[in-house]
Design a protein around this ligand. Structure first.
Ligand SMILES: Cc1cc2nc3c(=O)[nH]c(=O)nc-3n(C[C@H](O)[C@H](O)[C@H](O)COP(=O)(O)O)c2cc1C
Length: 142
């Protein structure tokens, strides 16, 4: 099975509370599990970063749906490419709050105000991003 990992950033249209997101995540996780998709959703203030990984067709089909979702905008693909193994195998969609210090840490990698590079890169070319996201996932997850 060819595994793909995609990382994008976006801005939420309306502010979500952690409770609202937890409720939204329930059916999303069921869908992801059925599609063999794992990943991580980071949310804080109105910044969103999500990692989606799994079979390449399933990842791209889900991303098409997500990118067209009116609940967020300015969707920018940061990384998209094949991976040898999952980085977030434990979670059908982990969720972690992106607090100020984490936003600052991420901005150091992703760019000021989380503005990403113009063209998405291969995840393997950006190991620091995956490593940092994994660290966030290890620290606080629902
Ligand atoms: C920030 C964000 C992240 C999302 N992540 C997922 C996800 O991981 N899995 C999922 O099934 N839907 C996710 N969705 C919801 C999809 O956009 C879509 O509403 C859902 O898959 C239902 O699709 P359908 O109405 O075409 O059945 C996400 C939406 C947003 C705004």
């Amino acid at each position: 099975m060819k595994l793909q990992q995609l990382v994008y950033q976006s801005k939420s249209t309306i502010p979500f509370s952690a409770e609202q997101l937890e409720t939204l995540l329930r059916p999303w996780r069921m869908h992801n599990h059925a599609q063999r998709i794992s990943g991580l959703l980071l949310y804080g203030d109105d910044d969103i970063i999500q990692v989606i990984e799994g079979p390449v067709e399933n990842v791209h089909a889900l991303y098409q749906t997500i990118a067209a979702d009116a609940r967020h905008y300015d969707v920018i693909t940061l990384a998209d490419g094949p991976i040898p193994e999952r980085a977030f195998a434990e979670w059908s969609m982990g969720f972690s709050a992106l607090d100020e210090s984490r936003r600052e840490q991420l901005a150091g990698y992703v760019g000021p105000n989380l503005a990403g590079p113009g063209t998405p890169v291969h995840p393997g070319q950006w190991p620091e991003l995956t490593a940092l996201l994994r660290e966030f996932a290890a620290h606080q997850l629902s």
